[in-house]
Design a protein around this ligand. Sequence first.
Ligand code: GDP
Ligand code: IMO
Ligand code: MG
Length: 423
Amino acid sequence: MKVDVLLGLQWGDEGKGKVVDVLTPRYDVVARFQGGPNAGHTLEFDGKKYVLRSIPSGVFQNEKMNLIGNGVVLDPVLFMEEAEALCQGGIDLKHSLKLSRKAHLILPTHRLLDAANEQAKGAAKIGTTGKGIGPTYTDKTSRNGIRLGDITENFSEKYTTARNRHLTRLAALGATPDSEQLAQLEERWMKAIEYLKEYEIVDGEYAVNDALAQGKSVLCEGAQGTMLDVDFGSYPFVTSSNTVCAGACTGLGIAPNKIGDVFGIFKAYCTRVGSGPFPTELFDETGKQIRDLGHEYGAVTGRERRCGWIDLVALRYAIMINGVTKLIMMKSDVLDGFPTIKACVAYKINGKETDRFPYSIDSDKIEPVYVELPGWQTPMSAMTSESQFPKEFNDYIAFLEKQLATPIAIVSVGPDRTQTIER
Ligand code: GDP
Ligand code: IMO
Ligand code: MG
């Protein structure tokens, strides 16, 4: 049995949650392999909308095992809020969800450090989600982290050591927290730690490999997107984990030769939240129109998403790094009304054209080379099959498949589960 991976090819918010939910009936296990509550994965069905942050998007389908892998960083308080809301909505999470004991915990002081680090960076700030992601992964790689498995062994000692180290760092940054405020945060956090004990805490690597040995199928759900990968993204304006396909191996304990299909998901245009380069960003009326039509506001922070045309240079790069076998195009309906649609096929840097993603992605120096295609100017959100696609839309798909040398297997024409068309 192979493991399939679904991940974002752009700067996040491609629509991963929606498609994982749609594909879940075909799998036995759905597993998150990296990131934390910086993610906001939106699902819509039966007239209801859900936003998941740490919990895999497979929890709405019965009899599936959902796993939070070792590569994830978990905030107990946010997990408790998210899980309790789902349980109240009738989801039997305590039965279906397993947590890897090697997942690292986000402490209250990690969040304070995230804010203080951003403050210290001034104009160079990353525009993080403020969820403590960077400091938690920093502690992981510097071998100072606290893992979920630690909550049952000398926990209070481990917690105090970590918290005191953080407080020293916060003081150096001039961001010592008010002691009463910290005490309140800690009280809630400790309560949430007790709540975590109500869940099955497992050796995630065995859970997933045992499932495979029993002939079960696994879908790995990525968070963020390839251009936010700590190694291959637009560094330093990235998140702190490996969002690429290889991250599914390290974030779950899956051997590379077990990977089957890699679903690469992208929007028919492009968005980005936070700071950092974005070569095809639009600062004009068209950018604003895409934001309004696509409701491009962050699911976690509510921030405006920056919008622009599709960037095929970045997409080709992302397809290469991830070994994408099938593409999924989202939010096609957002471009319904545009008379023409642009696609960036190359970058011009210092007057020289390149189809390679450069080391230094200074969008001021990158001039996107666009191809302009006719728009379909037909509402697509009620369409249910490929046979209904207008000619111009089929032409757009054919153009993208040729440019990206990868088939587009699924087209999404609206936020609802049902607005998904397989080709
Ligand atoms: P994720 O982080 O990759 O799961 O994506 P988000 O949930 O942050 O952002 C995607 C947004 O687009 C959500 O609000 C979805 O409900 C919405 N969405 C997903 N697919 C489509 C689509 O095909 N058309 C439209 N109009 N909205 C979509
Ligand atoms: P999903 O899974 C879009 C961005 C932040 C910031 C940078 C670093 O919903 O696609 P962090 O808090 O991770 O240290 O922030 O990464 N970012 C996302 N942008 N979607 C996300 O997740 C994101 N998670 C982080 O805006 O620029
Ligand atoms: Mg999102």
